[in-house]
Design a protein around this ligand. Structure first.
Ligand SMILES: [Zn+2]
Length: 249
């Protein structure tokens, strides 16, 4: 199991949540939980450049604790809504910020909300900037993101600037291994799906590592609407589910 986290602020998410006030979150605490989860396993943090600028110590702490630092872009804009040149310029800048912070090369990229189109020019640019792999491929199309091509195992994309390995998020009829799906699906069902999946990738966000029912917590800060519900619906603390799932693998 490859444990991954998309390191961003809760207000970065692309759901159209109307915030009444900025949620009070202690990111360092959630990252400490992630570091605890990452012990003795392959773990990667896809860090947003804007987060790294704001919380450089947190990124350094992750790196010093053996978590691979990879890139989640500079801002959490949906890639398909951006000019290609703006995306690539921001991406180079984010990679540089992370490398300077940690003193280590950054090899991996995950696009915000899986929004990078599955097109060769994007992979070519990733190779040109110096990435060797991507984890941007979400195996189900929904209203905001995703791909409809059925890829279950890592595959190579060849470009003029070199090869990029794409590591697709696993699917068993539906995606299940992180975010909204992991929050919503019951633990017994998640256990079966993880058991049946080889090379699984678990993905979490810092705000999923709070020790509370997310929906109750965010009611304090956000106005209720459908996007709010989609973003935060959770039957219980996602953190406990993740802890149990990791102990099983
Ligand atoms: Zn993200």
């Amino acid at each position: 199991m490859w444990l991954t986290i998309d390191v961003e602020e809760v207000t970065d998410m692309n759901f159209d949540v109307k915030w009444r006030e900025k949620p009070q979150l202690v990111y360092e605490e959630y990252i400490d939980t992630f570091i605890e989860f990452s012990k003795n396993r392959k773990a990667t943090a896809f860090v947003l450049g804007s987060f790294a600028k704001k919380y450089p110590d947190i990124v350094q702490k992750l790196s010093q604790n053996g978590v691979e630092i990879a890139c989640h872009g500079l801002h959490h804009n949906l890639v398909y809504t951006e000019e290609f040149d703006t995306w690539s310029k921001d991406l180079s800048e984010a990679k540089k910020i992370l490398q300077e912070l940690t003193g280590k090369p950054v090899h991996g990229y995950r696009s915000p909300s899986w929004s990078m189109p599955f097109e060769k020019k994007y992979y070519e640019k990733l190779a040109q900037i110096g990435f060797t792999y991507s984890s941007s491929y979400f195996p189900m199309k929904n209203y905001m993101y995703g791909n409809s091509i059925n890829k279950k195992t890592p595959f190579i994309i060849y470009t003029d600037y070199g090869e990029i390995q794409e590591r697709p998020i696993p699917k068993n009829i539906i995606p299940f291994s992180g975010g909204f799906y992991l929050r919503v699906l019951p633990l017994w069902f998640l256990k079966i799906l993880f058991k049946r999946t080889k090379n699984s990738i678990l993905y979490v966000h810092p705000y999923e590592l709070i020790d509370e029912n997310l929906l109750r917590y965010y009611k304090k800060y956000a106005a209720y609407n459908l996007d709010y519900f989609l973003a935060f619906y959770a039957s219980s603390s996602a953190r406990n589910k993740i802890r149990i799932l990791l102990n099983e693998k």
